[in-house]
Design a binder for this molecule. Structure first.
Ligand SMILES: Cc1ncc(COP(=O)(O)O)c(C=O)c1O
Length: 395
């Protein structure tokens, strides 16, 4: 049996997969089992921000794997403590909890907010989330995800979740109250179609959260780790959340998630209130240390911003040429979406056949989240393929 047959026979069919089997990766390039090369402008969905198998990260993981992979959180873990310090020194954070994925980080953040709220008032447990948001696939995460398709058919969702309109403060004011424990928002809605939050909206959320003494949570699972041209997206806005959740690119492919908190949120989770067996283990946190060290460099982040502008300009040019397909381009840094006038899954498929990996989110948005180490030449290469695809699609 080959990999396709084995997957068909033995792996739960939770994904519609393309019939491609990647066996090797280097930088922005992936190679399949026939040695065909592909330019990866998706980076495992905003995970491999340093490119595939970045030598510094790979060497560190190999070294760590030979030294110590896992010990339980009953003991002190040097790499965990060091990564927590690095994250705090490079952000608003004062304390970090480590877990293994984005959904899990959001679960923990909700628990944190509810614990904070209910210690003041047993009725203060409501969470305000936003329509078109995406926060992951666990029960609490789908409960706060504002897209029906993710929670239909899974029985009752978490009680006490209220949804408001993204980028609409009036709609937030309608649902918040003294019972609100937390407000969770993505600075740029990723799965919702690369929709950036307005600055005034986030400033307004900060003000509302302060007024009602709620925990403001930024889900930076997709926007974090340099993706938008700052180490964390909140740094564009001149405000700080109380809690930020991270995952995806924090380990450049090694599973890791984190809850970062400050002030009133920093010491809510006391011994016994929250835990994770694998959370913050030596292997994952060693990867995280190398990632943060590289990405937090100011010059590196400036390059992300510059290359983001370059890619946006190239996409704008494509929009000019194929205005019957592309409506507009939006996003920040190297997290960009080309909003199409048509469903775009066929475009993604054709691009893949020609050796370019992108994806389609929200049905009609072509998503570009390449490794942050992508060069202008590589961007040109990707745009050339996309142009061919759009030409074929238009004719
Ligand atoms: C903003 C956001 N939050 C949470 C998640 C869930 O992360 P994970 O798949 O690691 O659970 C995602 C994944 O796409 C995401 O984009």
């Amino acid at each position: 049996m080959n990999v396709f047959e084995k997957t068909e026979n033995f792996v739960m069919k939770t994904y519609n997969r393309f019939s491609v089997n990647f066996v090797k990766g280097e930088g922005c390039w992936l190679y399949d089992d026939k040695d065909k090369k592909y330019l990866d402008m998706l980076a495992g969905i905003a995970v491999c921000n340093l490119g595939h198998c970045h030598p510094t990260v790979s060497d560190a993981i190999c070294e760590q794997a030979r030294k110590l992979i896992h010990v339980s959180n009953l003991f002190h873990i040097e790499t965990q403590a060091e990564l927590a310090e690095l994250i705090c020194k490079n952000s608003f954070g004062e304390k970090v909890f480590f877990c293994n994925s984005g959904a899990e980080a959001n679960e923990g953040a909700i628990k944190l907010a509810r614990r904070y709220g209910t210690e003041k008032n047993p009725e203060k447990y409501e969470i305000v989330a936003f329509r078109q948001s995406f926060h992951g696939r666990t029960m609490a995460a789908v409960s706060i995800t504002g897209q029906g398709k993710y929670n239909e058919g899974f029985g009752p969702m978490l009680r006490g979740v209220k949804f408001a309109e993204f980028n609409n403060l009036d709609s937030v004011k309608e649902v918040v109250s003294d019972k609100t424990a937390g407000i969770i928002v993505e600075p740029i809605q990723g799965e919702g179609g690369i929709v950036p939050a307005d600055k005034d909206f986030l400033l307004g959320l900060r003000k509302i959260a302060d007024e009602i003494d709620a925990i403001l949570i930024f889900d930076e699972v997709q926007t974090g780790i340099g993706r938008t041209g700052k180490l964390f997206a909140y740094q564009h806005y001149g405000i700080e959340p109380d809690v930020m959740t991270l995952a995806k690119a924090l380990g450049n492919g090694v599973p890791i998630g984190a809850i970062v908190a400050k002030g009133k949120a920093a010491d809510v989770l006391k011994p016994g209130l929250h835990a994770s067996t694998f959370g913050g283990n030596p292997l994952a946190t060693r990867a995280g240390i190398e990632v943060i060290k590289i990405v937090s460099d100011e010059e590196f982040l400036k390059e992300v911003e510059r290359k983001g502008k370059y890619l946006a300009k190239k996409l704008e040019e494509l929009k000019g040429e194929f205005s019957e397909i592309i409506n507009f381009v939006r996003g920040k840094g190297l997290m960009l979406g080309a909003v199409c006038k048509i469903p775009c899954s066929d475009i993604v498929k054709l691009a893949l056949e020609k050796g370019l990996i992108i994806n389609c989110t929200a049905g009609n948005v072509l998503r570009f989240v390449p490794p942050l180490v992508i060069t202008e030449d590589e961007i040109d290469y990707g745009i050339k393929i996309l142009k061919e695809v759009l030409k074929e699609h238009a004719s």
